[in-house]
Design a protein around this ligand. Sequence first.
Ligand code: 8Z2
Ligand code: NDP
Length: 366
Amino acid sequence: MPYKCQCPSQRIKTHNLKVRSMFKACDGRGTTKIFLSIIYTKIPHQICQHSQHSTPICRSGKCEIHRKCSLMSSLALTPFKAGLFVGKSIIVTGGGTGLGYAIAKELVSLGAKVVIAARRIEVLEAAASEMNKSSQRGGKIYVCQCNVRNEDDIQKLVTFALETMGGIDGLVNNAGGQFVSPVENISARGFKAVVETNLLSCFMLSKEIYNRWWSQQEDRKRSGSIVNIILANKNGFPMMAHSGAARAGVENLTKSMALEWIGRGVRVNCVAPGIIYTESGFANYGEMAGAFLSSVLPCIPAHRCGTAEEVSSLVVFLLSDAAVYITGQNMGVDGGMGQGTIPLRPQDHGASLLPVYGELPMKARL
Ligand SMILES: CCCCCCCCC/C=C/C(=O)SCCNC(=O)CCNC(=O)[C@H](O)C(C)(C)COP(=O)(O)OP(=O)(O)OC[C@H]1O[C@@H](n2cnc3c(N)ncnc32)[C@H](O)[C@@H]1OP(=O)(O)O
Ligand SMILES: NC(=O)C1=CN([C@@H]2O[C@H](COP(=O)(O)OP(=O)(O)OC[C@H]3O[C@@H](n4cnc5c(N)ncnc54)[C@H](OP(=O)(O)O)[C@@H]3O)[C@@H](O)[C@H]2O)C=CC1
């Protein structure tokens, strides 16, 4: 069956899809809809994973879209004007992988100096050398090994950032994580590890920068923006109760810091991602991740995971001066997840027409 790419810039016919099943359904108002279930037969070309193409397209290397995609993937995707972060210095914890990587990459492409910090120095170094290729107008990535659960490491990170960048304008508390377990099996040590990783770290690093930099402004010219990455856990978070509790703590801490520090020009906000596909993040869950994806995708109103770029653009906005009147907020990036109560409207379980901003593999969509 000929297949037409939905890409807005160009339409290409491929002949690699065949109809697996076809069924009719009545919508209750006399209209019959036909649903097709298709499978890929032979795929001589790879599937394009670029943002604008939520459907498979030719990747033979000969087609124009493929050429453009290859060029664009080495650059950061950003809706912001070039040079927006020139002269700005920002710390991104967990900046060597996943969401942190996307945020750091977008910032450096806008001219920022960025320190990325995490435990694995080799991962940070590899990421920095890759991201520095996207750097624009003096933007640069620096790396600092740091376990955010350790207060000495936090102090060293702030010293390093002040010495290398000459100041700190923004902080993204992104490093974090948890393991999957029912409440009754979590040990006190395990619970503490997750609280330290996600909540204590955020308190320690924000406070350290405030005390050593933002509160030291004699001329009141310094200002700052903190963005705390939490979870979409408006309700409980079964199987990750420790993380749900820790992130709820971060959300409340955010409001207190926002109110206490507003007079010093420091804003503090949270970003709460839903299910965002990052290879590194999902790798933490091994084989469970695949099963989790297939059960969760039909329940996400967008019928797909989010992309790291979709989170990054909000974080970058909150770090920017365009967000100076926004503080103490928690903003979701979750494809509508968590906004409903009872699912009175039946799920149609088809792919969504919502476009994708950034890169998303086919397995992370319905
Ligand atoms: C359904 C599919 C969902 C699929 C995915 C669904 C995702 C939904 C949305 C969320 C996505 C993400 O967050 S993606 C990001 C995920 N990234 C991460 O999680 C990376 C960071 N995480 C971590 O480093 C770890 O999870 C964390 C516990 C925080 C720290 O681990 P460490 O080993 O460094 O900690 P330690 O201090 O050595 O260990 C302390 C104790 O923690 C406990 N512990 C540590 N790992 C454990 C484990 N895997 N299982 C049990 N217990 C564990 C033990 O009791 C340890 O004590 P002893 O027994 O005495 O040793
Ligand atoms: N992906 C998703 O669906 C969602 C993710 N989140 C949160 O977003 C953040 C980023 O997730 P994602 O990018 O997907 O996953 P990753 O696993 O790629 O990111 C976690 C990062 O945190 C760093 N990190 C973990 N523990 C520590 C520590 N003790 N000290 C310093 N750095 C640490 C890791 O580096 P290293 O191991 O080298 O230290 C890694 O770079 C996390 O807080 C995650 O919980 C929230 C909701 C959904």
